[in-house]
Design a protein around this ligand. Sequence first.
Ligand SMILES: [Zn+2]
Ligand SMILES: [Zn+2]
Length: 181
Amino acid sequence: MRIDIGALLAGKTGSVSFDERLPRPDGFDGIEFEDEVSVSGVIKNSAGYISLSAELSVPYRTNCARCAAVITGTFTKSFSRVLTTRAEDKNPGSGERADDYTDDYIVISDDSVELLDPVLEEIFLGFDSVYYCKPDCKGLCPVCGKDLNTGDCGCSSKKEIDPRLLPLAALLKKDEEDGKE
Ligand SMILES: [Zn+2]
Ligand SMILES: [Zn+2]
């Protein structure tokens, strides 16, 4: 997704607006994308300082980390970058901590800028590692696999016998054993 900013660089205009679409990105970490990425924004030239501000949005789907229910939504993110004409400008000042600066710059080549990498980077960094269908999702029963959001399955009550009933349970067990003889 290249944006032509020739007119901006030539001083014929102070800003270039764009509204573009990127091909559907590959999924990662359990996130799948359902459509293209919409990216719109503006590139401005303020006395030689060229900056981009944009907003992206893309529909996605994933699964609840507890109950595996399908979760769909639209991921949106605003981001900005500084545009520079030379690669060495990516490392302004003393050169310390160059890596921190690099990501915030886009190098202009052939009077245009390529937004694919910055957009994919914003998407990749913008997602959480786990999603829940709701904050208090009860998840699946580890014994029978029932979705506990739809009701109790009874497994937990079988596992944990009420301590007040323990003497009774022992009697029942004794009866069982006696009956075998
Ligand atoms: Zn869930
Ligand atoms: Zn169960």
